[in-house]
Ligand binder design. Sequence first.
Ligand code: SF4
Ligand code: SF4
Length: 281
Amino acid sequence: MIITIASGKGGTGKTLISTSLALSLKDDYGVTLADCDVEEPNAGIFLKPQISGSESVDIMVPVVAEEKCTFCGKCAKVCAFNAIAVLGSHVLTFPQLCHGCGACSYLCPEKAITEEARHIGVVEWGDARGIKFIQGILTVGEAMAPPVISRVKEHESEQDIIIRDAPPGTSCPVVETVRGSDFCLLLTEPTPFGLNDLKLAVETVRELDIPFGVVINRTGAGDAGVENYCQEEKIHVLMTIPLDTEIARLYSRGVVLVEGMPEWKSRFIQLYNDIKEKVDA
Ligand code: SF4
Ligand code: SF4
């Protein structure tokens, strides 16, 4: 079972949910926590894993031998990302834009393009109190998160309950994280901003045809907009977490909610059971 914790915006408490869910389930199930928020992975701050292995994530980018080139322009034409351009008698490459698809080198009629590896990040794995922990770390300044996320997913243990902590937003990195999930938990807050971002996230998971439910964090302080929207759209609200100074204090100290407040453990086990019921239905 693969459960992705996603949110239309950052700072809604995705890591609070993913780490608490993982720790609540680990005594009864094999659990993998995959931190796919590769621009800012922070599940490790809470779980404090023992890292036992790592590998570099590279993508292959083109290198052009201009002495072989006829400047026909086919490479630039095939590139969907504007990462290669032919200007007069020069071929310019833009490695930061390159997705490493290999189309340009494959189609070059003169075999003037070879490829070289470009380092874009790292994947680490280890153990966090009985949880298999994996995290991707995108090199600062890089924009190519999906290949790092994809590599994180390759390390997941299929027999486990896999909990993916997604990047915020609804763009390519989120789509890459959510792809292949059995269920998506969308985290939001009861505010107009939260509602707006939730609507975007709902559109995305509906487009991907992934079953989903909502968790509302910091209830009691905002308005009823999110709840009304969920009611209108027949979206299940699977859990609410109140705005609570003790929860905020634990979070700011890097303590997992179910460790600082063990009474929450049964609620996270119930959350998993509700998800399982929906997935099995
Ligand atoms: S496809 Fe090959 S030959 Fe044509 S411009 Fe590109 S590198 Fe040069
Ligand atoms: S490898 Fe793909 S993305 Fe990169 S320059 Fe070539 S065609 Fe463009």
